[in-house]
Design a protein around this ligand. Structure first.
Ligand SMILES: NC(=O)C1=CN([C@@H]2O[C@H](COP(=O)(O)OP(=O)(O)OC[C@H]3O[C@@H](n4cnc5c(N)ncnc54)[C@H](OP(=O)(O)O)[C@@H]3O)[C@@H](O)[C@H]2O)C=CC1
Ligand SMILES: O=C(O)CCC(=O)C(=O)O
Ligand SMILES: [Mg+2]
Length: 431
């Protein structure tokens, strides 16, 4: 057990451990949580009551979470003069499964984004974000129920790695000189006034992400995994992501998948009819289809043909944009959950897709649904399926009763608008 300097774990409760690649969850697991900034405290107060009630009602007192508050963001800075204290990293590492609210990005600090820093420190290489429709939620599209996707966003590489240099600094000048003088780069349009960012995308990073997406799809009986990329332009990063994705699928899942790369090879050698036949046979045999689409086409097709997409594997920045776009399509960011996971070490930090929504801080106003559904994902990850299902059913019922927070109420006819805390009360009542 590591030594904690400022805040120690609760006296009762036991750690979750990893044994032979499987999580071992005790009856009273210690689970660290970060309340979050802005609307985080309002949302956490409401969500944690829902979690405790679901566990109590599902297991009659036999199981109970020992919550362990750890600090990051503004609360950590105000208490300890640090944005991301060492104790927090130790706790998230030691106790394996944790949950957090949204965190503000410090202005002018050394840390670019606390969220990205957490993902990098724990090497949480998958950002997993399921997107489905809940009956009754106001949506801007005609058939939101056709959206049922799970995004696997690469969480450790890409332009998000933060390798960039500011315009006008000696550092950026050095990089530009290197590119021009040693790498024969002639295409930087305004070299004297450019900032430069570097986009690393690796074979290992791609393979572990695509592996996680395929494993998930196979375990959950999904029909396809789509690699979303902009490889026609960024050939050695996003294009390589596509190629490496197909390679790992064919190499490691040969008897379980049929890829569009295979389709193309059959088409080249034997013609379209043979390729279509091969794909139809693979589908009839229950094989998972691994396909790809260019990111801009994907963003229009999720609106025009959402039923064609299922599990999505994509790079970091594409995944960030796609998460919010799909969340909006099924009714908004207020109910968009997520998780940052390392499927090898078992480490997982659950969190909403949205940010701190600072203009609503301390108004007890915003929708806690995203964090509540992130908790559902956490319970599923822990194998506490009964608690997860109880929350999902109660949330569905509450929305069907049109008891909703402001974000849904403003778009729904006949809705009863409630506060964050009252929404949680109603969910608990509906359990
Ligand atoms: N993982 C994380 O911790 C993340 C942190 N951030 C950080 O959050 C801060 C604010 O970012 P910003 O770009 O404003 O994005 P936000 O997601 O915080 O807010 C944008 C808008 O989304 C809507 N919204 C967000 N959360 C909710 C909710 N729970 N219920 C209902 N509506 C909601 C609101 O819309 P409306 O105005 O229409 O009511 C809000 O104004 C930044 O510092 C950013 O870096 C951002 C993303 C993720
Ligand atoms: O860390 C941040 O401020 C933004 C992160 C983000 O937008 C996301 O994870 O979706
Ligand atoms: Mg985002």
């Amino acid at each position: 057990m590591p030594q904690f300097t400022h805040y120690a774990p609760p006296a009762t409760g036991e750690p979750i451990t990893l044994q032979n690649g499987k999580l071992n969850v005790p009856l009273h697991p210690i689970i660290p949580f970060i309340e979050g900034d802005g609307t985080g405290p309002d949302i956490w107060r409401a969500s944690s009551r829902v979690f405790d009630a679901a566990v109590e009602k599902s297991y009659g007192g036999e199981r109970k979470i020992a919550w362990y508050e750890v600090y990051a963001g503004e609360k950590a800075f105000n208490k300890f003069n640090e944005w991301l204290p060492e104790d927090t990293l130790k706790a998230l590492t030691e106790y394996i499964v944790s949950i957090k609210g949204p965190l503000t990005t410090p202005v002018g600090g050394g840390i670019r984004s606390l969220n990205v820093a957490l993902r990098q420190e724990l090497d949480l290489y998958v950002c997993q974000r399921p997107v489905r429709y809940f009956t009754g939620v106001p949506s801007p599209v005609k058939q939101p129920e056709l959206v049922d996707m799970v995004i696997f966003r690469e969480n450790s590489e890409d332009i998000y790695a933060g390798v960039e240099w500011q315009e006008g600094t000696p550092e950026v000048q050095k990089v530009i000189d290197f590119l021009r003088n040693e790498m024969d780069v002639k295409k930087i349009r305004f070299p004297e006034t450019s900032g430069i960012g570097i986009k690393p995308v690796s074979r290992e990073g791609t393979e572990r992400l695509v592996r996680a997406a395929i494993d998930y799809a196979l375990q959950h009986g999904r029909k396809s995994v789509t690699l979303v990329h902009k490889g026609n332009i960024m050939k050695f990063t996003e294009g390589a992501f596509k190629n490496w994705g197909y390679e790992v699928a064919e190499r490691e899942y040969a008897d379980k998948v049929f890829t569009w790369a295979q389709y193309d090879r059959i088409k080249d050698e034997q013609g379209s009819d043979a390729a279509n036949r091969a794909q139809a046979e693979a589908q009839a045999a229950g094989k998972l289809i691994v396909k790809d689409v260019i990111a801009d086409a994907f963003l229009q097709q999720i609106l025009t043909r959402p039923a064609e997409y299922d599990v999505i594997a994509t790079l970091n920045l594409n995944g960030d944009y796609i998460s919010d776009a799909l969340a909006a399509q099924v009714g908004g960011i207020g109910i968009a959950p997520g998780a940052n996971i390392n499927y090898v070490t078992g480490h997982a930090v659950f969190e909403a897709t949205h940010g701190t929504a600072p203009k609503y801080a301390n108004l007890d106003k915003v929708n806690p649904g995203s964090v509540i559904l992130s908790g559902v994902m956490m319970f599923e990850f822990m194998g506490w399926q009964e608690a997860a299902d109880m929350i999902t059913r109660a949330l569905e019922k509450t929305i069907e009763q049109k008891v909703v927070t402001y974000d849904f109420a403003r778009l729904m006819e006949g809705a009863t608008e409630v506060k964050t805390s009252e929404f949680a009360d109603k969910i608990i009542e509906n359990m």
